[in-house]
Design a protein around this ligand. Structure first.
Ligand SMILES: [Fe+2]
Length: 306
């Protein structure tokens, strides 16, 4: 998932400016360099201490060895590798998909500083004037090749059926229970009108964390999906590439209707009842469906970039 919202843009700019404020290594070294001593023995001792402290500082703050990289940094570095040569419609190699899947499979809400007790996840107790309680969108990072974000759902939160044109999408349920329904287009199927196409159901199941990462592709894997929170839950989303209106990757929403709704006796596409059950007509909706209730917020977890 990924949605262009004005608040998200503001949040991304905040994150960008925040990440420019880095510690200055020279200030750490200079404090030690000023610690001069005329006695050679003591000078050597101080030099040794300075070296030790500088190394400690570097290990914690700059070129961290592998064992000190946070899970979020590891995810970011892996995304850079997996999507480095990415382009719209191009699926990463099988090895790269497995690499990112393994990283995501082991990620937990705590890795991002999230806990089920946070306000994002509380049941909606206010007046019910929309069909979904507010879902909070936390953007972690976005570039031309990929984006990383987290959706925070209170119980009963719904992200309506939507597509991911020319994208490969990794979705990891960090905690909670979520129902997922997804479809892929039926190629060369008859259309009822320009905005109504036949689709085959790919997934209609409920996931409870911990569970494996779900992956969808440009042409299969359930490119159109809907998320419905059965309990409070959080979903980490990695999109490659992200949505982009200028590049033709627009997020479109759909309503799904049973096969019989628009079928005629002339149809020979689906013969058996079983086949018909596994298919639906997807009809395009307006860009801002009334049941989409998404709000942007600043990600405050561990730093993503260097
Ligand atoms: Fe999505």
């Amino acid at each position: 998932m990924g949605f262009e919202m004005k608040p998200e843009k503001d949040v991304l700019e905040l994150i960008s400016s925040k990440n420019q404020c880095k510690s200055n290594p020279s200030s750490v070294n200079s404090s030690h360099n000023n610690n001069n001593n005329n006695k050679k023995k003591k000078r050597n001792k101080n030099k040794k201490m300075t070296t030790t402290m500088t190394m400690t500082w570097r290990q914690k703050n700059t070129d961290s060895p592998v064992d000190e990289i946070t899970p979020v940094r590891r995810l970011f570095n892996t995304c850079k590798e997996v999507f480095s040569n990415g382009s719209a419609g191009a699926v990463p190699s099988g090895d790269k998909i497995q690499l990112l899947r393994q990283i995501l499979d082991n990620m937990k809400a705590e890795d991002f500083g999230l806990a089920p007790t946070m306000p994002f996840f509380r049941p909606n107790t206010g007046p019910v004037n929309r069909s979904s309680p507010p879902i909070t969108y936390l953007p972690l990072y976005q570039c031309d090749q990929f984006s990383i974000a987290i959706f925070c759902f209170p119980p009963s939160g719904v992200i309506p059926l939507h597509n991911h044109p020319e994208m490969t999408v990794f979705s990891k349920l960090l905690f909670g229970t979520m129902h997922i329904k997804s479809y892929d287009w039926v190629v060369d199927a008859p259309t009822r009108d320009p905005k109504t196409r036949l689709a085959k159901m790919k997934v209609d199941s409920t996931l409870t964390a911990p569970c494996e990462t779900s992956i969808l592709y440009p042409e299969d894997g359930g490119n159109m999906h809907q998320f419905t929170a059965k309990t409070a839950c959080a979903v980490l989303d990695v999109l490659g590439p992200p949505y982009s209106d200028p590049e033709g990757r627009h997020c479109t929403y759909f309503l799904d209707f049973p096969f019989e709704k628009f079928s005629s006796e002339d149809d020979v596409v689906l013969r058996s009842e079983e086949e018909k059950k596994g298919h639906a007509w997807l009809q395009e909706r307006d860009d801002n469906p009334e049941d989409l209730n998404l709000v942007g917020a600043l990600y405050r977890g561990p730093k993503v970039e260097d």
